[in-house]
Design a protein around this ligand. Structure first.
Ligand SMILES: CC(C)(COP(=O)(O)OP(=O)(O)OC[C@H]1O[C@@H](n2cnc3c(N)ncnc32)[C@H](O)[C@@H]1OP(=O)(O)O)[C@@H](O)C(=O)NCCC(=O)NCCS
Length: 183
């Protein structure tokens, strides 16, 4: 299971129980956040969708681990589409987003995905830098793609997908909206 260098966080498949935490992060991070219904649909109603979360591991505590980031992605035949990514502000710059994206790319590649795509706000320099550091390149601009505020989207692509085979998440598969072991 992927984790931070000091083992303080791990990446796992999301469950519907994580929905309130994900919604809270979503609303804190985006000016036009996905709604509970939209998140719910991706968690359990879309056969192409995968949802992974980064969880803080509370050393020595029996309570539930807190969610500090998440990534929703679709695997549609040969295409891996990164749909929604966020990390809480206090846990940024620790490589969590990079680990989430790397995980999605490895999972997509394990399912015969060959290229990855995403849209990002033209002004989102942090996200551009993240994706560029993973090998994504700019493809085109989609004018006025976003609302609140209206803004262009940059379409970015990684083709072919470069992932780390050693970290292929073999436990990631799905059945009826839940992650289950792949055979
Ligand atoms: C964008 C975001 C997901 C990055 O999360 P993060 O966990 O802090 O990112 P990482 O620590 O994995 O950073 C990986 C690389 O991305 C780049 N990067 C990340 N944040 C950056 C910033 N603020 N400025 C410049 N580069 C940045 C760097 O290249 C970094 O590598 P480095 O640490 O070796 O320099 C986070 O800032 C966030 O949640 N923002 C709000 C929501 C959002 O914009 N989501 C993306 C929508 S497409």
């Amino acid at each position: 299971m992927p984790q931070g260098d000091q083992g303080e966080w791990v990446i796992e498949p999301a469950t519907v129980e994580a929905l309130p935490d994900i919604l809270q992060i979503e609303e804190a991070c985006f000016s036009s956040p996905w709604t509970r219904k939209m998140l719910e649909a991706e968690l359990s109603g879309n056969r192409f969708a995968y949802f992974i979360v980064a969880k803080r591991v509370a050393a020595g505590e029996g309570g539930s681990a807190s969610i500090i980031g998440y990534l929703c992605f679709w695997v549609v035949f040969e295409e891996v589409r990164l749909m929604n990514l966020a990390v809480i502000e206090s846990m940024r710059h620790k490589g969590i987003a990079r680990a989430l994206v790397t995980e999605a790319l490895a999972s997509g590649a394990a399912q015969a995905g060959t290229r990855a795509l995403l849209e990002v706000r033209a002004s989102n320099q942090a996200a551009h830098a993240l994706y560029r550091s993973l090998g994504f390149r700019n493809v085109t601009t989609r004018p006025a793609y976003y609302t609140n505020p209206i803004e262009d989207a940059l379409l970015m692509e990684l083709d072919p997908i470069v992932s780390e085979p050693a970290r292929l998440p073999q436990e990631f598969g799905r059945d009826g909206g839940r992650f289950t072991p792949l055979q």
